[in-house]
Structures are given as C-alpha cells and as structure tokens.
Design a protein around this ligand. Structure first.
Ligand SMILES: [Zn+2]
Length: 118
C-alpha cells in the first residue's frame, strides 16, 4: 500500500446570526473530531488496522473561518442602531447595561436565553 485515506468522523458547529434584513450568516465554525477513524486504500477498501499510525505525521484539520459581518446584538436591538430617546448612534462595542453618552438611556438586548428561563 503506497497511500491511504484517513476518514475521521465528527461534526461541525456553525454559529449563525440573523441580520435585520432576515438573512442568517455564519460568523464562525468549530470542527469537532470524533473518536471514529477509518482508513481506506485508493480503491475504497477498508484498510483500518493495516496502517501503521505510529508513522503518521500529525496534520491539523484546515479550519477556515468565514468572513464575519459586524454584528452586536445589543446595538441590533435598536432601530438603525440609534438611541431610542435621543437618536445618538450607539457604539459598535456597546454591551448590556451601557448608557447612552448623550442622554443616559440604558441599552439592553432583550433577547431571552431560553435555556435559563422557566
Ligand atoms: Zn440617548
């Protein structure tokens, strides 16, 4: 055997955000390799157990992250990203509980984490 395919079973978790226009875009992804690894020769035959894995040079999974769109759930909670009281443009890095520097309105993302309610 001069070559083989290493087949790792696992899963991918992709983080999506829903933009104000309704489209959802992936902001990041994580590749989780499982314990199941199979080997095939170039004809597709199972050669698991025939490959000397101690000679295998480690190769990381090539995990390319998607291009992120600017997204802040607190800012997105306000129409056009502006303070509802005075119209001041909310900072891109605003966090829950921050105050409007102009009128002291307190900003909150009112999306409820359904895993902690009930
Ligand atoms: Zn304000």
């Amino acid at each position: 055997m001069k070559s083989f395919k290493k087949i790792t079973t696992g899963f991918v978790i992709q983080d999506y955000v829903i933009l104000p226009n309704g489209t959802s875009v992936c902001q990041g992804q994580e590749f989780i390799a499982g314990d199941q690894v199979d080997y095939e020769n170039r004809f597709g035959d199972d050669v698991t157990g025939q490959v000397d894995t101690t000679k295998e040079v480690y190769c990381p999974f090539d995990m390319v992250q998607p291009k992120r769109v600017p997204y802040n759930p607190v800012k997105e909670a306000y129409e056009n990203g502006n303070c509802p009281d005075c119209g001041y443009e909310i900072d891109d890095n605003v966090q829950n509980g921050d105050c409007c520097p102009n009128c002291k309105h307190v900003f909150w993302d009112d999306e409820v984490d359904s895993s902690v309610t009930g």
